[in-house]
Structure formats: structure tokens, C-alpha cells
Design a protein around this ligand. Structure first.
Ligand code: NAD
Length: 340
């Protein structure tokens, strides 16, 4: 029996990635939709075999609690709406999967965690890269000691954002500019690939005065993270750069490179080490799989087996605390200690 999901918000991610991913999932199926546009929802419901009676809107969202087919509410709304729909969702008694970034700040993230605890439901943040095969292979190289002791991480995740009216450029709906949206991938990768937490942050941001896209949020951000072992991450992110997505992890024995990284498709991993006195480059053969299906299946397994998700709300909260330190550092032009 498959775990039934209610998808909240029928934007690009839901329509182009999440709903199609159910076709690759082992344990999940879409059983309900929440949308402000009933016509669109009816059409989508027809495509995925969802009953018209299982279409909800933002006003009657709480009625999801009365639908026994729904076991998970997957919140795929603008970031500034995550807190409200996660908290209301938890109160319906359903488990919650929430898109990244978890919220618009650590206070909101803490509220979401406590609401899910109070309602005794599971909360998972959709960090798809932590379920993606190339990233898992890289993490395995690290845990097997193939790279030696980690010393450096260099990464960028950037893309152009065109339409100045979109929610991603409105602070109340986004929580920030490129940092929480795409820079978050670099930040999260530095943590999960190393298995360490940064203690200090230094950052700069750029917000041009003459570009109508960036009246409320930053266009670019670069940040450095210092980890207790001596590992350090240097990352850049921008909404005003041609799509650029890569990471390089440097250890005492080898380096590993993913370029492109962070995409839905086409990640490429290679690593290089000394074999005797010869530098040897290895390109592991890794089969691409649907990251969204893997991520949803993980949550379904956690529900079926009573386990805590690999990326619970606390994982999202940690990133929010670090992003707050990044903004703080850029503002004060100082090194900022990450609060725990
Ligand atoms: P989108 O703009 O394409 O869709 C947002 C949806 O929310 C639309 O259906 C819109 O109608 C609805 N909505 C309801 N109230 C709204 C309001 N007040 N303002 C604007 N839209 C409103 O966005 P998206 O790209 O689908 O992103 C949704 C969430 O998914 C975000 O949290 C984003 O960060 C996340 N996301 C994650 C990934 C990933 O790879 N995991 C990729 C893209 C987006």
C-alpha cells in the first residue's frame, strides 16, 4: 500500500518535477491537491488520477485532516508561506514534507519544528541532493577516507532571475535573494559532505541600486565557513550570473569535483588521487535516478518504519542559523560566530 501525498501549491516545481516523480516512486502516490486555481487543479487531478473531491484550496486546506487517504502534506509554496502551511498542516495530524529553504528565518523554523512535535507528526525538509546518487557516492568517498582529511570546499550555485515581479525577489515571500534559494545548496552540501558544522562565517553581499530586480533582496553573495577540524568552505551564489553550478571538495589525499552539480539531471562526479607517483583521475559510473522520487520514498519509509527522516526540521533550522550569520557578517563586515 502506497503512502498518499497532498501536494500544496501547483507551481513549476510541483508540475514539472514532483508530480511526475510519483511515476518513479516505490512507496508514494499523489491523492490530493491544494491550489488557489480550481480549473488548473482539476486539469492536473485528471492527469494523475486524483478525485475532484480531493482538491482543496487555501481556505479549506484544514479539511485535509478528514481525508484518510492523505498521510503526507507536501508544502511547495513560496518560502514565506511555509511556516503557515506547515503549522496548519501539522494540526491536521498529517506528516509534513516541506520544500527548501525551510522558512524565512530561524524563528519561523523553530515554530514549525515545535508545531510538528506538539502534533506528534514527522517533519522532513526536501533537501533532494542528500538523496541523490552522485552526492551519496561523494559522501561515501569521504566516509571511506578516500579523500583523506577534508581541508577545502569551493562551490557556486548561480543563475539569472529575470522577472522583477516574481515572489523570489520579494523579501516577505522569499526571506532573501540568491542565498536562501540557490546558495543554500552550497551551504548544505558543505555540511552534509563533510559531516561537520561550521562555527564561524565571513560574508559579503552585493545589491545593486539601479537594478529593479534587486530592490528588496541581494543579487550576489559570497561566504566563507570555518569548521572546527580546519576544513573551510568558500562559496558564491548569484541571481545575476549565467547558470553556474559546481563543487570541489579537497582532502589531504585526493580531490573530488562535481560539475555540473545541484541540478535535477546531469550531475557529473570525478575524483583524483595519487596512485604511486601517478595522478589518477576516476570517473565513477553512477546511474541517474529521480531525486524527488528517492526523497519522497525516504519519507514514506520513515513513516512506515517509525523512523526520523534523514533531513528533519532541525536540518533546515541549522541552515537558517548559518544564513542569518552570513547576512550578519555581510552587514557588520565582521566574522560572525554561528549560534547553536
Ligand atoms: P512557483 O512560483 O513556480 O510556484 C509557487 C506556487 O505557489 C504557484 O502555484 C502559486 O500560484 C502559489 N502561490 C500561492 N500563493 C502565492 C503567493 N502569495 N505568491 C506567489 N505564489 C503563490 O515556485 P516554485 O519554483 O514551484 O517554488 C515553490 C517552492 O519550492 C519554494 O519554496 C522553492 O524554494 C522550492 N523549490 C525547490 C526546488 C528543489 O529543487 N527542491 C526547486 C524549485 C523550487
Amino acid at each position: 500500500q502506497r503512502i498518499g501525498f497532498a501536494i500544496v501549491g501547483l507551481g513549476r516545481l510541483s508540475l514539472n518535477q514532483i508530480l511526475p516523480a510519483f511515476g518513479h516512486s516505490q512507496y508514494c502516490k499523489p491523492v490530493a491537491l491544494v491550489s488557489g486555481d480550481r480549473e488548473k487543479a482539476l486539469k492536473v487531478a485528471g492527469q494523475y488520477g486524483i478525485a475532484p473531491t480531493a482538491i482543496y484550496n487555501y481556505a479549506n486546506f484544514d479539511q485535509l485532516g478528514k481525508n484518510p487517504e492523505v498521510k503526507v502534506i507536501y508544502v511547495v509554496l513560496p518560502n514565506g508561506m511555509h511556516e503557515e502551511y506547515v503549522v496548519r498542516g501539522a494540526r491536521t495530524g498529517k506528516h509534513i514534507l516541506c520544500e527548501k529553504p525551510m522558512a524565512t528565518g530561524s524563528r519561523e523554523a523553530e515554530h514549525m519544528i515545535s508545531a510538528c512535535k506538539e502534533a506528534k507528526v514527522k517533519l522532513m525538509i526536501a533537501y533532494r541532493q542528500q538523496y541523490e546518487p552522485h552526492n551519496l557516492a561523494l559522501r561515501q568517498l569521504v566516509t571511506e577516507g578516500k579523500l583523506g582529511a577534508l581541508r577545502g570546499f569551493v562551490s557556486s550555485n548561480s543563475q539569472q532571475q529575470g522577472d522583477p515581479t516574481q515572489w523570489r525577489l520579494k523579501k516577505s515571500l522569499s526571506g532573501g535573494g540568491c542565498l536562501p534559494d540557490v546558495g543554500l545548496y552550497c551551504l548544505n552540501a558543505s555540511r552534509f559532505l563533510s559531516g561537520e558544522e561550521p562555527t564561524e562565517v565571513m560574508a559579503t553581499i552585493f545589491q545593486p541600486k539601479d537594478d529593479p530586480r534587486f530592490t528588496e533582496v541581494e543579487a550576489s553573495c559570497s561566504f566563507s565557513l570555518k569548521f572546527p577540524s580546519g576544513f573551510a568552505a568558500t562559496c558564491t551564489t548569484s541571481y545575476d550570473v549565467h547558470k553556474s553550478q559546481f563543487l570541489r571538495l579537497e582532502g589531504t589525499k585526493a580531490w573530488a569535483d562535481m560539475s555540473p552539480a545541484y541540478g535535477y539531471h546531469g550531475n557529473r562526479l570525478k575524483w583524483s588521487h595519487l596512485d604511486g607517483d601517478r595522478e589518477t583521475e576516476i570517473v565513477p559510473q553512477i546511474e541517474e535516478e529521480d531525486q524527488f522520487a528517492l526523497e519522497m520514498d525516504h519519507f514514506a519509509e520513515c513513516i512506515l518504519e517509525g523512523k526520523t527522516p534523514h533531513t528533519p526540521g532541525e536540518e533546515g533550522l541549522k541552515d537558517h542559523r548559518i544564513m542569518e550569520a552570513i547576512y550578519d557578517s555581510a552587514r557588520t563586515r565582521r566574522i560572525v560566530v554561528v549560534s547553536t
